[in-house]
Design a protein around this ligand. Sequence first.
Ligand code: PGA
Length: 261
Amino acid sequence: MAEIVIVPGEAEAGDLVADAIVDLIHRKPDAVLGLATGSTPLPIYRALAQRIRDESVDVRGVRGFALDEYVGLPAGHPESYRAVIRREVVEPLGLTPELVRVPNGDPAGIEHAGADYEAAIVAAGGVDLQILGIGRTGHIGFNEPGSSLASLTRVKTLTEATRLDNARFFDSPDDVPMHCITQGIGTILRARHLVLLAFGEAKADAIAAAVEGAVSAAQPGSAIQLHPHVTVLVDEAAASKFENLAYYRHAWANKPAWQGI
Ligand code: PGA
């Protein structure tokens, strides 16, 4: 079972994950991080940037792979995930830009971009810790409902619900690209530790289905049940639809001190 941690707020979740990442970097200075975009992971990046500064953590060897990218945004578009990862992760954390990759969403050569990305992840030795958010549709990465649980990085068509959710980052909903390139569910499951975060009431159904529902391509987040090491961090609002809430609290309160997340 995934470990479910109910936190008072986003900042506490950010601190817990930042601790785990700093420990990982101390053990493995060229650790490979799986990086998510969107609002959800921002508390992690904030907490991590602070820890790196305060403790002079050497992150020059840390490598990263983003989960996904839009297809067809002009090079340098501020909402391309290449730009977002640079602005929200690489620069504040002080990572080495050449060591952080984002799937290539350029339509020229897009048919090879998924296989190239998979090869790069394999060549890096795989992802050590994968940060994940979950969409209201239940997507992880941009794997919308129906995505094969064995899928690898490839081009997908976004649902209209996801395009509307992401319209807040664009001038108009019509500007949100129709297609994306995303790590597959199979790709995500190869990472050694999955850390899935969800905050707010709007995510309660999706996270309950992911943790407690049937494993199904109809709920891409439910694929986490197939992975041996998953940490789910939620605030009270996102936890409100869990059936086994009391047990999750009990297990966390009685967690052996040596375990870490
Ligand atoms: P959000 O998106 O973090 O902006 O809510 C999560 C997701 O769509 O995966």
